[in-house]
Structure formats: C-alpha cells, structure tokens
Design a binder for this molecule. Structure first.
Ligand code: CA
Length: 236
C-alpha cells in the first residue's frame, strides 16, 4: 500500500505543471495531473487524492467552480494557485472552501511549506483525541474555562477578541478571509464590521505581543489573517 501523500495537480500551464510535478517527484510525493476543470473534478472523484493543488485560471471553468463541486462531497484540502491579477478570485475561492493559496510566481520552498502545513492539519484532524487545550509556542488556550495564557501568565481578552483568537487557532496554518472571520464573529458581513475586525485584530495582537507571543498572527493584505505555527521549541 502506498502511504505517500497523494496530490492532484490542476494546472493548464505546462511549465508551471512541470515545475510542480518535478518538485513532488523529488520529494517523494505521489501525484496525478489535470489540465482542465472537468478533468480535475473527475480525478478528484475517482483517484481520492489527499490534497488538491488548483490553478484558478483554467481553460474550461473558473477554479472556484471546481472547489464548489468538490466541496459538495469532500472536505479534502485544496491549495489554490493564482496569479496576482486574480486577487478577487482568490478571495472567492477561499470563501468557496479553499484552504490556502500560493501566488504566482512562487518558489519551490513555498510550495513544499504549504504542502507540509496541509499534511500537519490532515494529521491533526485524524487525531481522535478531543482537544481541551490548544498549544502553540508560548500561547495556551483552555477552552473549558475560556482562559488564555502566554508563557504561563493569564491574558485578559474581551469576548470578541477571544472568539477571533479561537477561530484562528482552530484553523491553524489556514488563511481565513475577512468575510469568513466576520461571519464567525458577527454573522453577517458589512463595511462597518470590516473596520471593527481590523480594530479587534489590532488589540488582540497588541495583547499577545505584550505578553510575549508576537508574530503568531499573519496579515494577508487584502485577503485576511492566518495563525501560524510557532517556531518556539516549547511548541507541541
Ligand atoms: Ca492557468
């Protein structure tokens, strides 16, 4: 039985597809390829990949359409690959259920880092233990008591800051769009909520940084936010 991670590469551009498949081969991933949306949907259904790498600009349909189709039966991780000119499409794709994105041109190191982060998330979601606590470097969240600690010291958060933090923590290494976060915190999306989100994110970060947990929340300009895994050795 092949235990390697199976990756479906969906890309119509020959040179990009070759770069990706060569990288995957060198790093001992198993892969299949598709050059159109229709092929991608068929391959996702028949070949049971672990991860899909999906170009957004496909000849026969929009990549977001592929995501919506695949999401109708599967939660498998989808990493989108988009050109900078496709920024609004990128947000649509994340809201349609994509997990992460790479912007062209990307480096091989970036590609591999995204795949590894996705593999860690897959492994965590297969872990049957319920998580009463969340640990990431100096940060600890105790869900039952709604306590947040940094380096063992309690940090006081407002209810909205706490919800923001737990939403980011539950989706570690995953980019969450502004509208997703707003829907999680306030329900509906609006311009004033967008401004509030920015304010709460600033105060949340300031509190974490002051307590000694700086740099855990990344800003993806024009897209949203992502909590990254701490490089801190006490992380487990
Ligand atoms: Ca393309």
């Amino acid at each position: 039985m092949d235990l390697r991670t199976r990756i479906l590469v969906v890309e119509d551009d020959h040179s990009v597809r070759n770069l990706i498949t060569t990288t995957l081969k060198i790093h001992d991933y198993s892969y299949a390829t598709a050059a159109t949306g229709a092929q991608a949907i068929a391959a996702a259904a028949s070949q049971n990949p672990d991860i899909i790498l999906l170009d957004l600009g496909l000849p026969d349909m929009d990549g977001s359409e592929v995501i919506r189709k695949v999401r109708s039966w599967s939660n498998l991780p989808i990493i989108i690959i988009s050109a900078r000119s496709e920024d609004s499409d990128k947000i649509t794709a994340l809201d349609a259920g994509a997990d992460d994105y790479l912007t062209k041109p990307f480096s091989v190191a970036e590609l591999l880092a995204r795949i590894r982060a996705t593999e860690r998330r897959l492994a965590a979601s297969r872990d049957p233990r319920g998580e009463a606590e969340f640990h990431n470097g100096p940060l600890c969240i105790r869900y039952a008591s709604e306590q947040v600690e940094v380096q063992g010291e309690s940090v006081h958060l407002t209810p909205i800051e706490y919800r923001l933090l737990t939403t980011l923590a539950r989706n570690l290494d995953r980019v969450l769009t502004h509208s997703f976060l707003i829907s999680q915190i306030w329900g509906a999306s609006s311009e004033s909520n967008m401004a509030s989100l920015r304010v709460y994110m600033t105060t949340l970060r300031r509190k974490l940084e002051k307590a000694g947990a700086a740099g855990l929340i990344e800003t993806h300009v024009g897209v949203g936010y992502c909590m990254i895994r701490s490089a801190d050795p006490e992380n487990h």
